[in-house]
Design a protein around this ligand. Structure first.
Ligand code: ZN
Ligand code: ZN
Length: 394
């Protein structure tokens, strides 16, 4: 990144932490947690410990880091090296990423870049570059309100699993927008805290419905009121959308549908139907996050270095939460900066849309410019110093 853009971004982060460091809350059992951060342009500093949140806030104001993290694990000595920390337990964490949900809008806002010839276009990544036929093509993903809405829907599904299948009271669950492309969910004090990585992997498998076999359907006693996956599959059968042709007539009862599945469908048809039910009813999480018990996790109310948005808690009003408005850090529209945008899709922040832009110099609210610069889509123009034509291709 060019020096001018880096300075503007760093100033923005510094102003945020100077103004809002009080919003960074002390996690429970703060003295047993590992903290970490990474400064702009440098690698991660971790294995830090704090016994009170004030010292940590002071560090944030002084350093204005690019990313701020805290362990979901508790240790007897959090500042020791990993093998000597003395792992005690870890809260369950989940990461839901809009990009992994592969929504149709990706074809509109994603960008691909050929690493051989440098060609860059909007749309889904082709298998080979239409220009030079090379196959090393980078996918540059963006998010929009539609895919973030899909991530929210996925989050609601996860909350349902946590409450009804794992028995974790909602009062112990924290939901945050990650500040980038999805949601982070963390549970406090559940009976799963002592689980190691393998046990957490089993939870991830359960959420995804991995290993569910057709005999689960093959039961005349399957009911939408059943607990766990039985009930989920049954409700999928009952609630098929009106235009679904699986059972021919749409208005047949749940019992008749189940009877058709058991007695009239071929094994292949049952397998296909079950796959659909599992994809629809399961939750797409990043299993690497859930199974890692030595992770440090981005802290709520800290800034996301990939966007400049805030990782913001929305536990109490997830349905009304609008990530692309409510997570803007410093939303003063009158503070504007000139920016040369190399390429970006239409971006919507705080209810206003910008772009798509391609090789254009535009004046943008600072928070929009920060978002684009951190996404690698452009750079701030030093007033009077650089003409856009000189900047193309740099
Ligand atoms: Zn190419
Ligand atoms: Zn989208």
């Amino acid at each position: 990144m060019d020096e001018n853009s880096a300075q503007i971004i760093k100033r923005y982060f510094k102003e945020y932490y100077f103004t809002f460091s009080e919003r960074i809350k002390a996690p429970r059992d703060i003295a047993s947690r590992e903290f970490g951060y990474f400064p702009f342009g440098a690698s991660m500093i971790r294995h830090l410990g704090f016994s009170d949140v004030h010292a940590f806030r002071a560090l944030l104001v002084k350093e204005a880091p690019a990313g701020v993290y805290c362990s979901n694990s508790l240790y007897s000595d959090p500042t020791a090296e990993m093998s000597a920390k003395g792992w005690l337990r870890a809260e369950l964490i989940f990461d839901i990423d809009a990009d992994a949900l592969r929504q149709p809008c990706k074809a509109v806002h994603d960008i691909w870049l050929c690493k051989s010839c440098g060609k860059k276009e909007f749309g889904l990544r082709p298998k080979i570059c239409p220009s030079c036929k090379a196959n090393k093509i980078l996918e540059i993903s963006w998010v929009c309100d539609k895919c973030l809405e899909a991530a929210k829907k996925e989050t609601f599904k996860l909350l349902d699993f946590l409450e009804f299948d794992l028995g974790i009271p909602m009062a112990f669950v924290e939901v945050c927008f990650s500040g980038n492309a999805g949601y982070h969910i963390r549970t406090e004090e559940s009976s799963f805290d002592s689980l190691g990585s393998t046990g957490r992997g089993e939870i991830a498998d359960y959420l995804a419905g991995r290993g569910i076999m057709p005999p689960l359907i093959n039961s005349a006693h399957l009911s939408p009121q059943d607990p766990g996956w039985r009930g989920r599959i049954a409700r999928f059968i009952r609630d098929l959308p009106a235009d679904d042709q699986t059972f021919g007539k749409v208005d047949i009862s749940f019992e008749k549908r189940l009877d058709a599945l058991i007695n009239s469908f071929s094994k292949k048809q049952v397998d296909e139907f079950l796959s659909r039910a599992i994809i629809d009813s399961g939750v797409t999480i990043d299993p690497a996050v859930t199974t890692d018990i030595h992770r440090i996790f981005r802290m709520p109310e800290s800034l996301n270095n990939k966007t400049g948005l805030v990782k913001r808690e929305c536990t109490k009003d997830l349905s009304g939460f609008d990530p692309l408005s409510d997570a803007v850090a410093l939303g003063n529209e009158n503070r504007k900066e000139m920016m040369f945008v190399e390429m970006c899709p239409k971006v919507e922040l705080r209810g206003k849309s910008y772009g798509p832009f391609r090789s254009q110099t535009v004046e943008l609210p600072l928070y929009v410019g920060i978002y684009l610069a951190l996404k690698g889509a452009g750079k701030f123009v030093k007033s009077g110093a650089t003409q856009p034509s000189e900047m193309q291709g740099t």
